[in-house]
Write a protein that binds this ligand. Sequence first.
Ligand SMILES: C[S@@+](CC[C@H](N)C(=O)[O-])C[C@H]1O[C@@H](n2cnc3c(N)ncnc32)[C@H](O)[C@@H]1O
Length: 234
Amino acid sequence: MVNRKLSKREWKWDEKRFTDETQKVSRERYDSYLNEDTRKATDAWSEAMGKHIVAFRGLVCDVSTGLGSLFDRLMISTADFLPVATDVDPNVLAWTSKQIKGKYNKEFISVATDAKHFAFADSTFDIVTSLAALGNIPDTKKALKEQYRVLKRNGRFVMMNSFVKKWSRSHWLAKLLRLDRGCIEQYLLEEMRSVGFKDVRSDTVSSAVWAKNPMDGLPVAGDMNYFAIVEARK
Ligand SMILES: C[S@@+](CC[C@H](N)C(=O)[O-])C[C@H]1O[C@@H](n2cnc3c(N)ncnc32)[C@H](O)[C@@H]1O
């Protein structure tokens, strides 16, 4: 469902990364760069999302599923909803879908699609979720417009988003990469309201100083990273 012309500049995972061994090594390497405070902060963040997930019903679309940390939580849930995994990159989606199928005996759907050109009809979903998606998609507003469009009336967007401080070094870098709209809380909430979302709110669950991590471009080491649950309604 990814249109080559529309999405030719979008994220592309290296296919060679998708073996059990490479993934294990890469996960361990990534975890080794996280400091203790960040580990605790992300655990609290995940737990806070869990409290929302238990109330999900109907059709739930996860934007930018990637390697599936959030999708895993959706699959573990016993609440009555059908999860839909999406990502612009078919390779990562195929890999994650294979892992999920091997782990859970529960129905799910996966669709390779660009969050800025979503391959779904208007008013399809009861809930849209995401984890670390909008902070990785330049032209945040375009993606938000699509997420708004595919939600049913009164449907909810519930996302796990991390933020950096305005005018921090991370903010300047995000600006250079055209990712600042998804990384600064004030900007993201403004963009959400501007595309029509109502009852937009952000709750910071935890925070930690980001340690140097060559596997992640942002935040800049030494800057504070804030872990929030952002909610809104159509
Ligand atoms: C940091 S990962 C997301 C983590 C993931 N949500 C999780 O729970 O583990 C970022 C993902 O965004 C995807 N992505 C980047 N640009 C995108 C776009 N325009 N549309 C959809 N997905 C996109 C990438 O392919 C990547 O898998």
